[in-house]
Design a binder for this molecule. Structure first.
Ligand code: 5GP
Ligand code: ZN
Length: 113
């Protein structure tokens, strides 16, 4: 855990959040500034900066499983959703702990989150 990292703290319950899914490797919680009716962040409990930080396959698989569980629980499995992983400056990444945005519950085709 990286001491100055907000998502390390949330994923490991040092700071509590509005969780929607959790297992040994990942936590998922609602974005504090939602861009869609469903806007959940999926984060690993270990610290990785972004998608190009040698993230283990086991962690990626756990994140993908979390997306599946969240889509079903949020009722957006059929209507559709978007998964976004901003990585680095050109993507506008603000929080430097790997996270996948899961966005759904409205038409997203004209948006680019
Ligand atoms: P990105 O780094 O991909 O640009 O986005 C970071 C996201 O994290 C933003 O959508 C922002 O609203 C969300 N966020 C930042 N800090 C917190 C926090 O402390 N709690 C929650 N729930 N969301 C956060
Ligand atoms: Zn972190």
């Amino acid at each position: 855990m990286k001491d100055d990292c907000i998502f390390c703290k949330i994923a490991n319950h040092v700071i509590e959040s509005d969780y929607v899914y959790e297992d040994d490797l990942v936590a998922a919680f609602r974005d504090m500034s939602p861009a869609a009716p469903t806007h959940v962040l999926v984060v690993p409990k270990e610290h990785y900066a972004h998608m190009a930080d040698n993230v283990p396959g086991e962690t990626i698989a756990a994140m993908a499983h979390a997306v599946d569980e969240i889509a079903k629980a949020e009722g957006i499995q059929e209507s559709g959703f978007r998964v976004v992983a901003n990585s680095g400056p050109d993507a506008g990444q603000v929080v430097h702990h790997l996270h996948w945005h899961v966005l759904g519950g409205k038409r997203l085709v004209d948006d680019f989150a």
